[in-house]
Structures are given as structure tokens and as C-alpha cells.
Design a protein around this ligand. Sequence first.
Ligand SMILES: [Zn+2]
Length: 315
Amino acid sequence: MDARPTQFRVLAFAAALAAMPVFAGCMAEAPPEELAGEPEGVESPEPTDTVDEAVAGSTVAQAAASSCSTSSVKALSLQIIAEARCLNPDAYVPITKTSNVTFGSAVFAYLEKPAADRLVAALKDNPGKSMTINSALRTVAQQYMLYNWYQNGRCSISLAAKPGNSNHETGLALDVSQYSTWKTILTNKGFKWLGSSDAVHFDYAGSGAVSYKGLDVKAFQRLWNRNNPGDTISVDGVWGPQTEARMKKSPAGGFAKGATCGSAIMYDDQNGEIEGVDEAFSRDPNDPEFFVPLPIDAVEAQGELEHEACTDHAH
Ligand SMILES: [Zn+2]
């Protein structure tokens, strides 16, 4: 059952909304996307960020055209994550911070539950080793930006998966700067190192791994329809021309109406953490709205993961 929001939560949600344009415009740049064949320890050059205050009030298409930072769609992304967590609370679970892990400033520190659990176990087993995570969960809005830059030859993005098709969107993928330190440890926990073509990238393929492919797209489609009742689109989790057209028109600074788990409003604080989770997260798997993940081997059989692994640096 979904708990109803308390008065406090409603107020906090309003406060978070009010703050969004500010932090959406002032955020530090997104961490660099990984480039193929890069030696360990050398970061990709960050795209030149031309994001300014105007981006916060613009559409996603305008943000893509005028900035090189996925943080210009941070507020919208937080709404997508919150909505996705309403659809299936196990899909994007916060990675518990340990003393030896550091997250890049724009990282959404979420993975699907078994992956998050194994990662945290690896960190706790090795307290003397440091890990820097420069990418974990990425939303369809961010992937749209990367794909747009790739298509337009902008922002040093030489290759990117089509929105809806990156493993980072499903909560399975992780980019670790110190990959050689962690390669064996993570492999023993069920992570698969992608290899030298994208050396920082690991995919979780161990026990309990499932595919939430399409969940972030479905979350976006629901948010769009909630805010545009006169222009609704299919909520099918599939990225296509209709969804792309709405993504371009969506506010980079987030919709007026954010995520809801039934009647419970989800909101985020300014650190990118989704609040209100305890009450809202007892989503009933028998609820028709519940997002059922695909078996991971079914997705692999379609060749989609393999395809991405071979061709897409922005996994
Ligand atoms: Zn990656």
C-alpha cells in the first residue's frame, strides 16, 4: 500500500521544486563520459560547458543545444528516477556510502538491488582500497543529451547508445576509475568488466540480475502524460518518435507535477537523494502498474547488451 504524504512532505516537495531552477543552472559539470581505450587514471577531457542560468528554464532540446553538461537536466532526471522507483522499488536502489567510495558530483548513485548489494559488500570487504564512481544510473533524459551530442558531433561524444538502450539506464552499469584495483574483486561479486575498449565500465551479471530496460522511458512517458493531459502518448517504455518529440519539449528544470506512487508524492532533496521512500516503497507487485523486469538472458539473447557493449562507449 502506498502511504499518503504528510503535510511536511508536501511542503518539502514544494521547497525542492522551488530550488530546482537554481541548482539545475549552477550544477558542476557532469563527469566525463568514458572514451574507448583510455589508459587508467586519465580522465576524458570534460566537454566545454556553456550551461548558464537560462538553461534551467529551457526545454531539454534547448539545453542539449546550448550546454555540454547532462547536469542541465538533473531536475528532470530526479523526477524520472523517483517515478521509476514508484513503478518498481528494486530497480534503482541507492548505493550505501562507505568511507572508501567517492561519487562524482553529478552521479546518481543508484543500481538495481542485487548489484547495489554486491557492490557495497565489495567495498566493505576492502576498506583499504578507494573507489571513485563516475557514472552509475543514467536517465533517458541524460541519454537523450548524450545521443544528441553524438549525432551532432558535439561535446566530445564520439559514440552513444540510443536513449532507452544504455545499460546505465537499467541500473546495471558502473564506471570505476580505479578499475584495475577493483577488477578481480568486482568480478568475484558478479560484475563483468567490459574490457579495454571501455576500461572503466562494469556490468552486473551476477545472481539476481534482471533487466529493467525501458523503465526510465516508461517513467518519463508517465510524467509527460501527467503534465500534458491534452497531449498524451503511449506508456510503453519504448523510445520512439513520439517520445523523442516530447522529450525535446520537456522542461530541463523538471515538470510542475513530479513523481507519484499512487497518491504519495515523491520528492528529492538537493543532493539528488529521493525522499519519502520508506512509505512509498511498498509497491505491490500485483499492481498492474508495477514494472516487471525482463529476465537478463532474454535481453542478452536479443543481442542488445552485446550490441551495446561492442559499439557504444557511453554504455
Ligand atoms: Zn559506462
